[in-house]
Write a protein that binds this ligand. Structure first.
Ligand code: ZN
Length: 241
């Protein structure tokens, strides 16, 4: 349990931990000096019952946090790259289509297609035709007109469509193709989440740096520029935490 204290004699907030070995933030007269003032302590309200900010959880706590932060930055960078690539393909899909398909020996065909604002995955089966050598096929070029069969289900641009029919090449055959359409806005929205969050953090830090408040918690540091009394962050020489 954390205890939040306001000590009239010092006129400054400080934190106490009720478990031994924890860091104490007050240091002006040493922790002992605070003991006579314990009658002034008030309990942190239960609605605020969260870990005290800036308190280390153990010897490897800060290292773990550093690793997590690095992994998070790496993920954010990767997500940004994916988002840029997705938006590029999205825009391109209105003029150029790109597809890659796998044609199997038993006359099935799997195709992934970028087409007019959608990513389309399709599965096609043909009955009545002889087996063949499997092969890959790709196409990149001006966008073609497709209808993708009739709609079986659709929501917010997502759709399942099916096309069935008969044809004749070497032999007459029947076919069925199922299409799964995913609108490009969906992967774009997914991949923008982490970069947008990071941008928000950077803007908030810039504002705090400008206003002279703690970069970590936003506490006003004008009276205590050496260390944030709220979360214990020590500002760097350039104001970086
Ligand atoms: Zn702070």
């Amino acid at each position: 349990m954390g205890v939040d204290a306001r000590i009239p004699a010092l006129g400054r907030r400080c934190y106490l931990r009720d478990r031994p070995g924890r860091e104490c933030l007050f240091s002006i007269n040493g922790p002992q000096a605070v003991l006579p003032l314990l009658s002034h302590l008030r309990l942190r309200p239960s609605r605020d019952a969260r870990p005290l900010p800036g308190m280390r959880r153990g010897a490897d706590g800060s290292e773990g946090e550093c690793m997590r932060r690095r992994a998070f930055i790496l993920l954010t960078g990767l997500s940004l790259l994916l988002c840029v690539a997705t938006c590029g393909l999205w825009l391109r899909s209105y003029w150029y289509q790109d597809d890659v398909g796998r044609h199997t020996a038993d006359r099935a065909m799997w195709v992934l297609l970028s087409w007019r604002g959608d990513l389309v995955a399709s599965h096609d089966t043909q009955v009545g035709l002889p087996r063949r050598e499997p092969f890959w096929a790709t196409y990149s070029g001006p966008v073609n007109d497709y209808t993708f069969g009739s709609v079986r289900w659709s929501l917010l641009g997502f759709a399942i469509r099916t096309s069935t029919g008969t044809g004749a090449s070497e032999n007459p055959f029947t076919f069925r193709t199922d299409y799964f359409l995913v609108p490009y806005w969906f992967p774009a929205a997914l991949t923008i989440i982490l970069p947008a969050r990071q941008l928000r953090i950077l803007i908030r830090r810039a504002k705090r740096r400008h206003s002279g408040t703690c970069l970590r918690c936003g506490y006003d540091l004008r009276a205590t520029p050496g260390r944030c009394p709220e979360c214990g962050t020590i500002p760097g020489p350039t104001g970086n935490a």
